[in-house]
Design a binder for this molecule. Structure first.
Ligand code: CTP
Length: 408
């Protein structure tokens, strides 16, 4: 982390992918990498073949623990996309007109654009090209398209270009690029720093026999969002996850479970050491009374009756055993009718601090509709993306935690 630039450590610990493409400004990407590292960022680099005509791979790899990615194919014959999934911040610098065009139209035929297409974090692009290429309507349209997707374009500056002419097209200086990243992240809240939280997510799977299970359609996305947002806001996060098709989020301790009983054990091992428990998991209320040790054969039976026994209500168990007001307990209530009435009943019955009530009509997709119920009353939240809803839940949890702190 540097202090001499006058910048604080807003990039400290952040996972930054630096993607270098074929422009004369590629040599400046080495300086950019060094500055990012001085800010405390964890940097990984990928470069196109064209970039290596201007700067050698060794200029980067000498400072890195990980190899520089130059080929879009991994040894297993899969395209390299893990860099995109790993990075919290992606910086394409320098970005040529061709790279910008490929990004804008989704042509992932090199390691840089393939990584970009798999990006899950914030993307910054620092163009570098001849001024006529920059001003061409095709480039301007492509830049506008990137901006419309929320990509941050760090505009090129006026200056002497590679051919000795002057004009707008020079890549912004590495110091200016770092300053832009720092100011972006400085604005981001770190208001959960110092808190430990536990989030449960996904469905549970209740075994019937060695090949069959009883489960539900929870995607796990809401819990994942909650875990990611809490981590971004500085919390230490434990995610207890039922079987879902999502990769564990970076920087989060993920405990994978299958059945409700396994989920209960995992939660009980940690719940007393955390400040808040958010139960976003869709726990199966029932499980087969016996698990057949061998596969149930169809035979010639007319029907098969499965006997189910209730699973423990994990959240209600925590509410009952909690001594004092910690941890703050949050539950969800998915209801097809009488939303507020049923959710209020859950708030009381499970002895929790907040119920996030969703109508079943809000199921699926990336959006959710909610009403927050606390002892103070109901708050309409309306329809939001799962990310925004996760932030609103953490705002509420933080408010509850602060009021506890004032009481302590
Ligand atoms: N929950 C739990 N353990 C269970 C069932 C639910 O901890 N066995 C939690 C869920 O994670 C959720 C909240 O309790 O945060 C409410 O879940 P929901 O399924 O809506 O409530 P139930 O108590 O199962 O009530 P019902 O299905 O009858 O509406």
């Amino acid at each position: 982390m540097t202090r001499d630039s006058g910048l604080t450590s807003a990039l400290c610990g952040r996972r930054v992918a630096l993607l270098v493409t074929g422009s004369i400004a590629a040599y400046k990407a080495v300086v950019l990498m060094r500055l990012l590292m001085k800010e405390g960022a964890r940097v990984r680099v990928a470069m196109t073949k064209e970039a290596s005509r201007f700067v050698g791979e060794a200029a980067f790899s000498a400072f890195l623990n990980e190899p520089v990615l130059t080929d879009m194919w991994s040894r297993a014959g899969e395209p390299h996309i893990e860099l995109g999934e790993w990075a919290e911040v992606m910086v394409v610098a320098p970005a040529t007109a061709t790279t910008i065009a490929k990004m804008a139209s989704g042509v992932g035929d090199n390691v840089v654009v393939a990584s970009f297409l798999a990006a899950s974090g914030v993307v910054f692009v620092a163009p570098a090209m001849h001024h006529r290429m920059w001003l061409h309507p095709a480039t301007q349209r492509n830049v506008r398209r990137l901006k419309s997707w929320g990509i941050h374009v760090i505009e090129p500056v006026e200056g002497e270009l590679a051919n000795g002419q002057r004009g707008i097209g020079r890549m912004a200086e590495p110091e200016a690029i770092v300053a832009r990243l720092v100011s972006h992240f400085r604005g981001q809240k770190r208001d959960l720093a110092g808190y430990r939280v536990l989030v449960s997510a996904g469905p549970t799977e209740e075994p019937i026999d060695p090949v069959r299970v009883l489960t539900n359609r929870s995607s796990g996305k809401m819990g994942w969002m909650l875990a990611e947002r809490a981590r971004e806001r500085g919390a230490e996060v434990i995610l207890v996850a039922g079987p879902v098709a999502l990769r564990p989020p970076e920087g989060v301790r993920c405990i994978e479970v299958r059945s409700a009983l396994e989920m209960e054990n995992a939660i009980r091992a940690h719940w007393q050491s955390v400040d808040a428990v958010v139960m976003a998991a869709a726990v199966s209320d029932w499980r087969p009374s016996q698990v057949h040790s061998s596969k149930i054969k169809r035979g010639d039976r007319e029907c098969l009756v499965l006997e189910l026994v209730p699973n423990p209500d994990i959240l209600a168990g925590l509410g009952k055993e909690r001594q004092g007001a910690r941890p703050v307990l949050v539950g969800f209530a998915l209801e097809s009718e009488n939303l507020v009435e049923h959710a209020l009943d859950k708030l009381e019955r499970k002895k929790v601090d907040l119920i996030v009530a969703n109508p079943t009509s809000a199921l699926g997709g990336d959006e959710n509709e909610a009403i927050f119920l606390t002892r103070e009353g109901a708050k309409e939240i309306g329809r939001l993306s799962k990310g925004e809803l996760a932030d609103r839940i953490w705002d509420e949890v933080r408010r509850l935690l602060k009021s506890l702190r004032n009481r302590d």
